[in-house]
Design a protein around this ligand. Structure first.
Ligand SMILES: [Zn+2]
Ligand SMILES: [Zn+2]
Length: 310
């Protein structure tokens, strides 16, 4: 076990980030409403399970992480921006802010000033780092350093202004409610039945799904820097974790990822199932993506099998 680290110096431990704290606490409480029998519906459960894939895998893994942070493949601006809006609906902040924190993590992984290393504590790396202010993550100078490429695109710049993020999140939550409310009313149901199904889709499709996707993403920061096996002797504590690897659709092969950050394929061995990468292959087949960055080891093996002609 490596030695413990203090909090990053830029963290203001007594300055609570009230927006994050209230959103995290209220979503966990609202997700508990799923235990109320009146709010159970199979359509809600299906929306939740499908949403974990659509929002978690397409929005976070594919877009925020492998595309925007590491540029592991290319696609048209229309596809990229659509995926970014899907990612935004995971309540994990705007693309620019998420990418800045993640690039800082890679630059200083498990050293100062890594924003969420578990060498401070498990709780800190899992969620604690989101609940207090960190000057590194809020200062404009840091954005200039880590996400100049992202903010060059007016689309991402606009997401930082005028509470646009909040408006999109509210609109998406309203859509889930209306998807249950309107059909019941339109088919002659009562107002109470319509509101109950609307609430069910909102609870399962937004609150439960968001909390599950949060804990999956957060586990990549916490669990996969503590427990698992290592394929590569990297200079930080990243691990490949079987449970998180499968649950996260590929993000849990985190030691592979730290060893070869640009590669859009995180599963390097045959048992390291990487559904996010398989999705990317399907997108390439459909003409929605191109130029996938493959693991260095695979590129070297291919080069050895087919040496360039002299
Ligand atoms: Zn990464
Ligand atoms: Zn990491």
């Amino acid at each position: 076990m490596r030695c413990r680290l203090p909090l990053p110096e830029a963290v203001l431990r007594h300055r609570i980030d009230w927006t994050n704290t209230l959103v995290v606490a209220s979503f966990h409480l609202l997700a508990l409403l799923a235990l109320v029998p009146a709010f159970f519906s199979w359509s809600g459960v299906i929306l939740c399970v499908a949403g974990i894939y659509v929002f978690g895998t397409l929005g976070m893994n594919l877009c925020y992480h492998r595309l925007l942070t590491h540029r592991g493949f290319k696609c048209s601006p229309r596809v990229e921006h659509t995926l970014a809006i899907i990612g935004l609906c995971c309540y994990q902040d705007t693309p620019a802010r998420w990418v800045a924190a993640h690039r800082q993590h890679h630059e200083h992984a498990d050293r100062q000033p890594d924003p969420h290393t578990p060498l401070v504590s498990f709780f800190w790396s899992h969620v604690g780092w989101l609940l207090v202010e960190n000057r590194d993550l809020s200062q404009l100078s840091n954005w200039e350093r880590y996400v100049r490429d992202i903010l060059r695109d007016p689309f991402y710049k606009a997401l930082e202004r005028n509470n646009r993020q909040a408006k999109i999140l509210l609109a998406s939550a309203a859509l889930f409610f209306l998807a249950g409310f309107v059909p019941v009313l339109a088919t002659g149901g009562t107002l109470s039945d319509a509101a109950t199904l609307g609430a069910s889709l909102l609870i399962w499709g937004v609150f439960v799904r968001t909390v599950i996707v949060w804990h999956i993403t957060w586990s990549v920061n916490s669990v996969t820097h503590l427990w698992g096996y290592r394929n590569y002797a990297t200079d930080e504590g990243s691990r490949n974790n079987l449970l998180i690897g499968f649950l996260s659709n590929g993000e849990g092969w985190h030691n592979n990822h730290h060893a070869d950050q640009r590669s859009a394929r995180h599963g390097h061995r045959w048992w390291e199932l990487d559904v996010t990468y398989l999705t990317l292959r399907a997108m390439v087949a459909l003409g929605l993506a191109r130029d996938i960055a493959m693991p260095i080891s695979q590129r070297v093996a291919q080069r050895q099998a087919n040496p360039p002609q002299q």
